[in-house]
Design a protein around this ligand. Sequence first.
Ligand code: GTP
Ligand code: MG
Length: 428
Amino acid sequence: MKAILLGSKRDVYPGLIEEIKELSKESGLILVAERWFSSRPHPRHYVPKELLEELMEEYPSCDAIVISSELTVDQYNTLSTLVEEKIEIIDRINLLLQVFEKRATSWESKIETELAKLKYLRPRLQASLKYSLQKERAGFFSTGEMEKEELIRDVKKRVQSLEKKLRKRHEVVKKQIRQRAEQQEIPLIPILGFYSTGKTTLFNQLTGNNQPVGEEPFVTMAAKIGRSTIFSLPLDFADTVGITLLPVEILESFRITFEPILYEGIAIITLDLSRRESRILEEVALVKRNIQYITGQTVGIETQNKGSFTLIPVFTKADLCDSPRKKAQKIRSVISDKDSTNQEPLIFTHRQSTAQFSHFTTRLFETLQPFLSSKIVETKLEDVSPRDLNAFYSAGHIEKIEYGKNGLASISGLFYRNKLRKILAKRR
Ligand SMILES: Nc1nc2c(ncn2[C@@H]2O[C@H](COP(=O)(O)OP(=O)(O)OP(=O)(O)O)[C@@H](O)[C@H]2O)c(=O)[nH]1
Ligand SMILES: [Mg+2]
């Protein structure tokens, strides 16, 4: 399908022009032209009328118009009328939902996508009914209107039923994940970020998983938890669905994907160094906004303020960038809420040498450790009987062990606080 991409330079989302192009490609649209007009979007038809007429003349065989932002219901309807409904009008949200639909394979992601689609459709249907009713004499319904009324009622019912299903599932998932956390006492660190920023690639490498990766947007459509045993202590990570700008009511449909795994108050955010700096900064702002919406917590980058959600930036795809360290340092100095950021940024590349990867994981652990201090304790214990040693090994990482003349050991290392507490209680 041939399409023209249209947007206002004054619209709030200028850094992610690449995103709309990637999504268009993913939806099978061939962009034959793009125009960025400098006026504000028109309140009734978004695109200036003259520009629209000019383009219709220039590209008579075009099948669709892609609008880089979300259209209001009124803008959508007026614009459709202006092109005499011969050309499909696709706004950014519609485009995103098309991609989600293509990607959704699990029960959960299918339900989430259908709900999001219906929520997008409902006000548009209502507006379209109102519009047709205005043209009719009051009190008279033609068959078309009756059908529309019925359709709106059906959509409402379906939305309610899907919401109920998701709420139930949400409760189950949340309970399962919390139980898992309580039993295992190992922190869960989600890897968040925009689509195609290398979340799954990082997750696979940290946990030894083999989840699908790919250049296309939204390859991952459901969260996946995996354990990493390459650090001093075992750590759990969660691969997640890419984040992007979504209107709140649509974001709500995807709550179940994120909310149950965001309980630790800390996450990694992957930032693709091959993207433009302005795009990366916008991605950071949007990820922060989404987490804030979902968790109700304020979100900071590398902050240690109590009660606030912390994001640890990991810069990815360094091999696709000329001076990755310089770029990462610059971005970090803008986004970080930490007082001093003299440490080097965390940089990850998929084909790092073993030594580079080991350096990365050491640095990652050092960065995460202070945030997990309520769970991890560094301690030294005297007079440990050799028969208790196994229990200590399973509670953490013994760095040093020394035997005294009495046959008892003194050990020091890093331990999970709760596990240690349980062992010590048994010894008493
Ligand atoms: N050159 C290069 N490519 C990378 C690197 N890391 C990931 N990629 C590629 O980037 C693409 C996206 O990687 P993914 O790990 O699937 O990204 P994601 O963030 O999980 O993407 P979604 O699941 O779609 O949200 C894939 O084609 C990867 O092979 C890297 O360090 N260097
Ligand atoms: Mg992925």
